[in-house]
Design a protein around this ligand. Structure first.
Ligand code: AMP
Ligand code: GLY
Length: 423
């Protein structure tokens, strides 16, 4: 079977790396891909939201399965585009349709879904510029910190956590009246602040059946000790060591099952990954967010821990036959440490040559933002390479990643030396 993966990050490289190991694969294409995906498949120079160009490539290369990495093409309706096209409608797309992708694309949609299906989450209310005064009044009923969320996608910047009531009111005005995040903040969800420790859970579903993938915890802040600006993710570990069987059972019964059952009750046809962001406090769990795709860099530790043939699972998902499959995990832990460009998550330079890649031993370098220039691998993004390793526990795995990182360099290279510090 010929397969196409859409995207260009570490998540897509990890998926490509795993799918390339399947006996069911004939040819693998990645659009647009990066210098790492080029090692395991063929990169196509196509923008991931250029649906017409994707169609042309799918037909030309006789692609029979499409896996969508990032949220953007999903929220823009790539799956619907396939279903509505007579040439493409029988080619399975792994990733939900536009309506269901609102689980990530609209905070209000997600909150309403959770409240309809009794899925535990923070109490909330949503507001527009029409009822700004009610928003101020609602803030007055809460205690600090105040959580304000732009309803739509805001490049990961749409959630504000504020300690001061007046500041929260000012930000609410900025978001609703002054369109701080453009159309994404024409509606704002205000919710109760949750304390506890965050972790993520990943599910692959065909809308009726599901398999739960290994759990993971990522490290979002740029600075050590979880300080500084938010990033896409600076590292991750899997499994989450404090996630006991009892808590996992709770997540399964209180969150995962009601989510999949909710799709059926709401007649939502959901094919793809559900990323569930959770907060755990004194043994109780609440959902912070849903994403309609896998996490990055969580994928770089989740996928390497899957023993089963991942392509076989994806084919079964696309054919809505996932109930016929089970999933096996590796016993080892996995960790990943992200190497980022100097300045990230603010302005940074690209095009820096990466040295030492061929000296890496017993780790997997998943490329996140790289490209080839004059036959050299150079940086091409804020997050550059995720170094994934296995170990008998997460500490052993981390030791191996850090050992290899010492052999790598590019101008401005930065990374966190404390991944897993809180475990
Ligand atoms: P979200 O985009 O909804 O995942 O929010 C981004 C981040 O903000 C989360 O990963 C949490 O760290 C934090 N956050 C979101 N909602 C809450 C909440 N209700 N209470 C505390 N922290 C939150
Ligand atoms: N690592 C968090 C995310 O992918 O959204």
């Amino acid at each position: 079977m010929n397969v196409l993966i859409l995207g260009s990050g570490g998540r897509e490289h990890a998926m490509a790396w795993k799918i390339a190991q399947s006996n069911l694969l004939n040819k693998l294409f990645i659009a647009p891909g990066n210098a790492g995906t080029k090692e395991v498949g063929t990169n196509l120079n196509i923008n991931q939201t250029d649906f017409e160009a994707i169609k042309k490539a799918v037909l030309e290369h006789q692609i029979k399965l499409v896996i969508v990495g990032p949220e953007d093409p999903l929220v823009k309706g790539i799956h619907d585009f396939f279903l509505n096209d007579s040439d493409l409608k029988n080619i399975p797309v792994i990733g939900p349709q536009k309506y269901a992708a609102q689980l990530e694309g609209s905070k209000e949609f997600a909150k309403e879904f959770m409240s309809r299906h009794n899925i535990p989450t923070a109490a909330y209310k949503s507001f527009t510029s029409e009822n700004l005064d009610e928003g101020y009044a609602f803030l007055e009923t809460l205690t600090a910190p105040y959580v304000l969320k732009a309803d739509g996608l805001a490049a990961g910047k749409g959630v504000l956590i504020l300690n001061d009531l007046q500041e929260a009111k000012n930000e609410l005005t900025e978001m609703l009246a002054n369109k701080k995040f453009g159309a994404a903040s024409s509606k704002v969800v205000i919710e109760e602040f949750l304390t506890g420790i965050e972790l993520s859970c990943f599910v692959l579903t065909d809308g009726k059946s599901y398999v739960t993938l290994p759990s993971a915890k990522d490290y979002k802040r740029i600075g050590e000790g979880d300080k500084g600006l938010n990033t896409g993710g600076m590292g991750a570990v899997s499994p989450v060591p404090f996630l006991t069987d009892a808590i996992m059972l709770k997540i399964e019964t209180q969150v995962i099952k009601p989510t999949i059952d909710g799709f059926q009750k709401d007649s939502i046809s959901y094919v793809g990954f559900v990323f569930i962001g959770l907060i755990l406090d004194k043994g109780e769990i609440k959902v912070i967010e849903y994403n309609c795709r896998m996490g990055d860099p969580e994928t770089e530790v989740v996928i390497p821990r899957i023993e089963s043939d991942f392509l076989e699972l994806l084919i079964a998902t696309g054919n809505k036959e996932l109930h016929t499959k089970t999933i096996e995990f590796k016993k080892e832990s996995a960790c990943t440490v992200m190497l980022v460009s100097g300045g990230y998550p603010q302005a940074y330079e690209k095009g820096k040559e990466i040295f030492g890649l061929n000296t890496i031993e017993n780790s997997i370098p998943f490329h996140a933002g790289t490209t080839i220039k004059d036959d050299k691998v150079v940086t091409n993004g804020g997050r550059v390479i995720a170094i994934t390793s296995y170990g008998t526990n997460f500490n052993e795995a981390l030791k191996q990643s850090y050992k290899n990182i010492e052999k790598l360099c590019f101008e401005g290279m930065n990374y966190r030396k404390d991944i897993g510090f809180d475990l």
